[in-house]
Design a protein around this ligand. Sequence first.
Ligand SMILES: [Zn+2]
Ligand SMILES: [Zn+2]
Length: 754
Amino acid sequence: MFLIAVSIFINIRYPLPTNIDYSQIILSSDSTVIHSYLNRGDKWRMKTELHEITPLLRKAIVFKEDRFFYYHGGINYLAVVRALFNNIISGKRTSGASTITMQVARLLEPKERTYINKIIEMYRAIQLENKYSKDEILQMYLNLVPYGGNIEGVKAASVLYFEKAPNHLSLAELTALSIIPNRPNSLVVGKDNAEIVKQRNKWLKRFLKAKLFPKQQIEDAINEPLNAYRHESPKYAPQYCYRIKQQSPKLPIIHTHLDYKKQRKVQKIVENYIKILYNQNIKNAAALIIDNRTNSVVTYVGSADFYNTEDAGQVDGITAIRSPGSTLKPLVYANGFDKGIITPKIKITDVPVNFSGYEPSNYDDKFHGYITVEYALINSLNITAVKVLSQVGIKNFINTLKRMNFEQISEDEDKLGLSVILGGCGVSLEQLTKMYHAFANKGKFTELNWLTKDTIMGGFNIISPESAYMLTEILSKVKRPDLPTEWQNSADLPKVAWKTGTSYGRKDAWSIGYNKNYTIGVWVGNFSSEGVQDMSGATTASPLLFEIFNTIDYRSEAEWYDVPEDVKFRLVCSETGLPPNSFCKNITTDAYIPLISTSEICNHLQTVYVSPDSSIAYCQGCLPKNSYIKALYPNLPAEMITYYKLNQIKFDTIPAHNPKCEVVFSLNKPAITSPVNNVRYYVDRTDSTEIMLTCNATNDVSKVFWYINDKFVESCKPTHKVFVKPKSGRMKISCTDDKGRNSNIYINVEMIDF
Ligand SMILES: [Zn+2]
Ligand SMILES: [Zn+2]
């Protein structure tokens, strides 16, 4: 009873110092050490895991160090007595009698070799045996023994001498390692290999004699050359590992989802790719790969060459905030599908338009008139994207981005306008790739799994599965302008859905793509933000994207996306993309979402009452009792008429309205499109800035009359632009058409001395 109390007291008073200071290691999905950091004592002491101690390693170590390890309680008394006897006889202290457990005690608390300390060591050994299993004690031993230089423990030794994990060591290798702790200073790996082999084979022969392993295995080991030297500590995926380390600074072993082989391959591809572009002044690139089935990050290439300080290789291109160019556009069209505003084949107008003072233009400065949503997206047209965004609502759109943690966008929310869809905002490659991962994942957004212990599977829909399907169908079309020339007609073109982007000033080239297996985001550019004339998402980023796809997922067997239950197909008029009317002749098929997509019937033509010679149009109000006919005319919005007229495109015009009609004069007045009503203008007094007046008028108008503060200014064609000098104060601007219909707007002008 008393002894138990004493032992409990000592245990509490002198607890085991088992807090081992490991050097942190980061492991890839196949448990390769991809990065390691020195421990606080500047040593390489990587933690060996239990499963890495194979029966082969265990047997060899136990045989060599402590044959009765599994039978004693920490102390081999027989050996102690023998050693004591030997010491007395020889008059000097020889080693021996130390069990593996006692060695662990000594390694935990290194002390001078005195009899007193030996007794403390024995006590510690008993403590250890009470607290830990034999396997754990062996594990501690293997983690603490010195292997020369600043290498401690078998894991660090096998990684730094053989570039492998302990469980992959051959019998010859592990035996060679096991003799180093006996003479770490005279058996230096790489320098004394011949001597190490000699000592190794001595032990192997003992193993043979004791029949520890099969004869053939030992004989092979004896003949195995020793090819070991001190390697650099592993430093793959540096930006990734830095990030992982920041997240878990204390864990000795961090198991990640990073795929070692893919990482090295993709890093090499990116590096070589930039070597080729370097002459064109394109000096960096980044690539992120997400496994769509596990939502995990499998490849993370932060820059072309981390060790290139001249081109800021240390910057992490995956988290850097850049302008997205056109890469956000797919989201706005997807939002449009979900709101029922558009379907892939619905026609929208790509013509000059003014959104409260904002006039976007296209990349090629051309306008394309009537085009399908599909065409607008794969040709990455700007005006249509802005138009759909204005219909979806900028606030809704930004909220969706905020839900996906686009941090810079959240921060700048109040400053952002419609130009956000053309790249007027800040995003990271990671955020964009996560957004496309949601497209690949039936519209479901999730955070990513970085460590093997992360198990994020759920997520929430940012777009519906139906919308994601329609988007994917459009983005996987190969007939498009941003398919790089070298991949056109290539049998190796991977089947992917992708979108490119080029930021303003050609500072960033993006290409982000996905199939069922992977989502890959690629950025190419300069960390200095230097623009390059020849750089674009299509020509600079997509070739790299396709190369990566073919490398990691060549001719993927994975089948393509199935049509979701709620996507149906319908016949539509190809003039408008809407369900056909009786007069629609050209019919095509389109995907739609029942009860969501607009069910408006095509009205690409309108019935107009005209005189038999088609020279006068009538309305219900002025229709003569007889002598009229019903005729079909194109039903065009004012902006399209303006566009046709400006580009001298012929179209069927409705005849001028009955001049005797009184009804129509109150309707269809000209709409002033510039300037914008109630806008405040600040004008430099010394400057000669003029204000532009433009309007949209119906196609029966051939002339309009402009007035400022009720004073006549000019008469001209409705499509003509008129310029006037601003006057200080409130200005009334009026536009009257040749039918006498009139519109007014007001602006405020302030003269400023700059
Ligand atoms: Zn039609
Ligand atoms: Zn009329």
